[in-house]
Ligand binder design. Structure first.
Ligand code: RUB
Length: 273
């Protein structure tokens, strides 16, 4: 949790691979590829839900494995590819910000959930373009990523409010747009994102408020939602020091929302249904 949000996790994994490449003392191509592969496997194992992580590591490993030549040349080209990957990612987020900000109108109230670096860029872009709007952040129990969002947005000069997660139904009638990030978009047309997303989607639908998730194509997967492990974290995040030895604490941190329940997905290529 020192690195939070799907894209930051994926970029950190690429940086991790770059560091393994730089520091490798391998003499042969085989030895080098073995090192990179086991580092990739380790990195993928660190977080089970966000598919940008295995997708980014998989794409990087594929490129490295196809490189011909001796270790020093492979290292040089592999590191250059790492830079290209990071640059492509930056461009994709910029495009998503441009596509997503078109959904925000002057005087809108936008409700967001959790902390998504992609989503923050959409809101900042709307602000840069002179739009006046208010953002309501859910606190996002148990880890309170909503605090991070609220701080970043208010520091940027965006009017920001913070509510507890259970206040969503109460405020929704006065909301114009709901935006969230995404940890995965699966082939059976499901959005996987921070726990609470599916409840918010249902409330938004009931109140006829449009709901969009922002997701780079890197988060799309051929896997079905049932094939993705939903991360469960430690009980202490919920209990915060209180002892309840006879209670089983379930800290499920992601949930699944069918795409038919939401209005669309904002990608770098446009807004998709
Ligand atoms: C963060 C979360 C975010 C997505 C998208 O969960 O669910 O909505 O990861 O973020 P956690 P981004 O804090 O548990 O990692 O747009 O930055 O990829």
């Amino acid at each position: 949790m020192r690195i939070q949000g799907a894209i930051r996790i994926a970029l950190a994994a690429v940086a991790g691979l770059e560091s393994v490449i730089k520091n490798s003392k391998a003499k042969t191509r085989k030895e080098f590829l073995g090192e990179i592969e086991s580092a990739g496997k380790f990195l993928i194992g660190t977080r089970p839900t966000a598919v940008a992580l295995p997708n980014a590591v998989g794409q990087y490993l594929k490129i490295i494995k196809e490189l011909k030549g001796e270790v020093p040349e492979i290292k040089k080209i592999a590191l250059a590819f790492g830079k290209i990957f990071i640059e492509q990612n930056r461009n994709a987020i910029k495009k998503i910000a441009e596509n997503g900000e078109t959904l925000i109108k002057n005087n809108d109230t936008v409700l967001i959930h959790c902390h998504s670096s992609t989503l923050i860029e959409i809101l900042k872009e709307a602000k840069r373009r002179g739009k006046k709007f208010k953002v309501i952040c859910t606190e996002t129990r148990p880890w309170h990523q909503g605090f991070i969002s609220a701080k970043e947005l208010s520091d940027f000069g965006i009017k920001t409010e913070l509510i507890v997660d259970s206040a969503v139904m109460q405020v929704m009638p006065n909301v114009d747009l709901v935006l969230t990030g995404a940890d995965a978009i699966t082939s059976d047309k499901k959005l996987i994102n921070k726990i609470g997303t599916s409840q918010i989607a249902l409330i938004a639908k009931k109140c006829k408020v449009p709901f969009y998730a922002a997701s780079q194509k890197l988060k799309f997967t051929e896997k079905k939602s049932g094939q993705i492990k939903l991360e469960e974290r430690g009980a202490d995040e919920i209990l915060e020091g209180i002892k309840m030895p006879r209670v089983k604490i379930r800290n499920v941190v992601f949930d699944i929302t069918p795409l038919e329940e939401i209005s669309g997905i904002i990608t770098e290529f446009g807004i998709e249904k």
